[in-house]
Design a protein around this ligand. Structure first.
Ligand code: BJW
Ligand code: ZN
Length: 240
C-alpha cells in the first residue's frame, strides 16, 4: 500500500471532525461524465448554452432535453466503491458530513445521510413562477414540465452559472468547514466558486487537506497529502 494512503487513513481515523468535499470525479467510475477534461461534458456542450438562466429563457426545451438525458444516465447508474466507502466511513462515525457539488444523488443512494448539495439536485424541479419545488422519482417525461400548482414552467432545481447558491445550504457548508480538522477533497477541479472556497476555508481554520484525484487540481497547492488515483480505488483503502 502506498505510504500516502496509509498516512491518510491514519489521519482520517484519528480526526475529530472529518468532512468530505466531492466533485464530479467521484461519480466518473459510475459512468457519469465529469464536466472538464477529456470526455467531460463541456467538451461537447457549451455551458453558456445550457447551464445558465439565460439559456433556459432562450430555449427551455433544449435545456430540459440535456437534463433529461443526464437524469436518465444517472437513473441507470449505480453508486461505485468510492461512494460506498464514504457512506461506510460515515456509518463508522469517522466522516461527519459530505459537501458535494454533484447533483446526481449518488451519495444518498450509497447510504450517506448527512449530504449538503451545494449545486442542487437533478431530482428536484422548481417552478419559475411560484417557486414551489417538486421531488422527481424518475427522469421527467414531458418536453416542458409545468407546475401542478400554478401552471408555471418548471426548471431543474440546480445552480447555474451566475446564480447564487442557496443561502441556508452555503451557511451549513461553511459551518462544517469551520468545524473540520480533516477535509477529504475528492474528484473536483476546484475551479468553480464559491464552492471551491470550502477546502480553502477549512485549511485557513487549521484543517488538514487530503486530496484524491486522478490529476492535480486547483486545490493541489494547498493539499497536505495528494493521492493520485481513482476515488473508487483509494477511498475503499481508507476504510478499516
Ligand atoms: C477523478 C476521477 C476519478 C476524474 N477519481 N478523480 C471567481 C473567479 C472567477 C469566476 C467566478 C468567481 N466566483 C464566481 C465566479 C463565476 C462562476 C465560476 O465559478 N466560474 C468559474 C468556472 C470561473 N460561479 C458562479 O457562477 C456561481 N454563482 C455565483 O458566483 O453567483 C454569484 C451571485 C451572487 C449573488 C447573486 C447572484 C449571483 C455558480 C456556479 C454554479 C456551477 N454549476 C455547475 C452546474 C450545476 C448543474 C448541473 O450539473 O447541470 O456545477 S457547473 C459544474 O462545475 C457543476 C459542478 O458542480 C461544478 C464543479 O465541477 P467539478 O465537480 O469540479 O467537476 P470537473 O469536471 O471540473 O472536475 C472533475 C475532477 O475529477 C477533475 O479534477 C478530474 O481529474 C477528477 N477525476 N475521474 C478521482 N475516477
Ligand atoms: Zn408554480
Amino acid at each position: 500500500m502506498d505510504v500516502a494512503v496509509l498516512k491518510a487513513a491514519e489521519l482520517v481515523h484519528k480526526s475529530a471532525f472529518c468532512i468530505a468535499f466531492t466533485g464530479a470525479g467521484i461519480s466518473a467510475e459510475s459512468g457519469v461524465p465529469t464536466f472538464r477534461g477529456a470526455g467531460g461534458l463541456w467538451e461537447r456542450y457549451k455551458p453558456e448554452e445550457l447551464a445558465t438562466p439565460e439559456a433556459f429563457e432562450r430555449n427551455p426545451e433544449l435545456v430540459w432535453r440535456w437534463y433529461r438525458w443526464r437524469q436518465e444516465l444517472v437513473y441507470n447508474a449505480k453508486p461505485n466503491p468510492g461512494h460506498l466507502a464514504l457512506a461506510e466511513l460515515e456509518n463508522l462515525g469517522v466522516i461527519k458530513a459530505i459537501i458535494t457539488q454533484n447533483v446526481d444523488g449518488l451519495h444518498q443512494r450509497a447510504g450517506s445521510k448527512n449530504v449538503v448539495e451545494l449545486h442542487g439536485s437533478l431530482w428536484r424541479a422548481r417552478c419559475v413562477k411560484c417557486g414551489l419545488t417538486y421531488r422527481l422519482e424518475r427522469p421527467v417525461e414531458e418536453i416542458l414540465p409545468r407546475c401542478p400548482n400554478c401552471g408555471g414552467l418548471l426548471r431543474p432545481d440546480v445552480v447555474w452559472f451566475g446564480e447564487p447558491l442557496p443561502q441556508d445550504v452555503w451557511n451549513k457548508a461553511v459551518e462544517l468547514a469551520h468545524k473540520s480538522d480533516v477535509v477529504l477533497v475528492i474528484g473536483t477541479s476546484g475551479v468553480v466558486y464559491p464552492a471551491a472556497y470550502i477546502p480553502h476555508i477549512a485549511k485557513r481554520n487549521g484543517a488538514l487537506v487530503i486530496e484524491i484525484n486522478t490529476e492535480e487540481s486547483a486545490i493541489t497547492p494547498i493539499a497536505d497529502i495528494f493521492i493520485k488515483g481513482r476515488a473508487g480505488v483509494v477511498l475503499p483503502a481508507l476504510v478499516r
